[in-house]
Design a protein around this ligand. Sequence first.
Ligand SMILES: [Zn+2]
Length: 89
Amino acid sequence: MAMSQRPCSRISCADPAVATLTYVYADSMAVLGPLSDTPEPHCYDLCRRHADRTSAPQGWQIIRHRVFSERPTHNNPGFTGESRVTRPG
Ligand SMILES: [Zn+2]
């Protein structure tokens, strides 16, 4: 269990971060993946809501890891009641 939960990096958002957005400048790619253990440069921690809504800048592509819809996290009561399910393929 991670004790050092970080907040969302968006201004005026106090939700806990659940994902890390990494900008890969060399490839013009934004990668949205699981929350990283250690904060890194060019990485932004996002809460679930902001991770859902984030989009890549113009001319960039965004890669979303399927970290949110794989399975519900039962030890995270705030996120139960998930109704939006994306299925692979
Ligand atoms: Zn947020």
